[in-house]
Design a binder for this molecule. Structure first.
Ligand code: FQP
Ligand code: MG
Length: 217
C-alpha cells in the first residue's frame, strides 16, 4: 500500500554524499529502515549516460536486496530501461498522464505539487502519491521554491483525503512531526541521511520517530 512506503522516503544522488560512497550510504539507509528510495541524479555534478545507468542499476539491486521500492526521479527513459518500481516527476517534467501511459498501471507514479489545483490534476492524471514542499528551507535543491510550511499539505489532505502525501524540504528528526500531523503519510529527505556520518542509525532514529507519531494519529 502506497502510504506505507512513503513513511521514510530517502532521496539521493551521487552528488549528495560528499566524500562518502553513495552506494555505502544507500545500503546503510536501507539497513536503518528507509521505506522507499528515490534516485535523484541531477544537477551540475550528476552522472550521465552509461555511468548514470550503471550507478542506477547498482542502487536498484541494493533496494531489491532489502525489498524497498526503487523510484527514479525525472528520467522516465531510465526508469523504463531499468524496469524500476516507479518514477517521480515535477511540474516542469514530462506530463503525468503521458508518463502514466508509458509506465503502465502497475508502476508507482509520484508527482511534485505546490497547491491544491496541481494536486487535483496529478490525481486525475493517475498519480499514486504527491510530494509537497519545500516545507522548510532546503540546501538540496538549487531551484527550490519559498518554504510553505505544512499549509499546502493540510489543504490537499482535506480536499483529497485518499491521495497519499509525502512532505519534503529541510526535514529532520526535530521538525518532521507537523508534516505527519498535517496529513502527510511520511517524510521525504536527502541530507538528513545522506550527510550523516552514521546513515544507518540516522535512518533508524527517523523511522522510529515517524512510527511513534503515526501511532498517535
Ligand atoms: N524529487 C522529488 N521527490 C519528491 C517526493 F515526493 F518523492 F518526495 N518530491 C519532490 C521532488 C522534487 O523533484 P525535483 O526533480 O528536484 O524538482 P521538481 O519537482 O521541480 O521536478
Ligand atoms: Mg523533477
Amino acid at each position: 500500500m502506497i502510504k506505507n512506503i512513503l513513511r521514510l522516503y530517502f532521496i539521493m544522488g551521487s552528488m549528495n554524499t560528499q566524500e562518502n560512497d553513495p552506494l555505502d550510504v544507500l545500503e546503510k539507509a536501507l539497513q536503518g529502515g528507509v521505506t522507499c528510495f528515490q534516485l535523484r541524479e541531477k544537477g551540475v555534478a550528476s552522472l550521465q549516460g552509461q555511468e548514470k545507468y550503471s550507478f542506477a542499476e547498482k542502487c536498484m539491486k541494493l533496494c531489491q536486496t532489502y525489498h524497498v521500492p526503487f523510484i527514479v526521479n525525472d528520467d522516465v527513459e531510465l526508469a523504463l530501461a531499468l524496469n524500476a518500481d516507479g518514477i517521480h516527476i515535477g511540474q516542469e517534467d514530462e506530463a503525468a498522464a503521458l508518463v502514466r501511459k508509458k509506465i503502465g498501471p502497475e508502476k508507482i507514479l509520484g508527482v511534485s505539487v505546490h497547491n491544491v489545483e496541481e494536486a487535483f490534476l496529478a490525481q486525475k492524471a493517475g498519480a499514486d502519491y504527491v510530494g509537497i514542499g519545500p516545507v522548510y528551507t532546503t540546501s538540496s535543491k538549487e531551484d527550490a521554491r519559498i518554504p510553505a510550511g505544512t499549509k499546502v499539505i493540510e489543504q490537499v489532505a482535506i480536499q483529497y483525503p485518499n491521495l497519499p502525501i509525502v512532505g519534503i524540504g529541510g526535514l529532520t528528526e526535530g521538525n518532521l512531526v507537523p508534516v505527519i500531523r498535517a496529513g502527510g503519510a511520511g517524510v521525504a529527505l536527502i541530507s538528513a541521511i545522506a550527510s550523516s556520518q552514521d546513515p544507518r542509525n540516522q535512518a533508524k532514529q527517523l523511522r522510529d520517530k515517524i512510527e511513534q507519531v503515526l501511532e498517535k494519529e
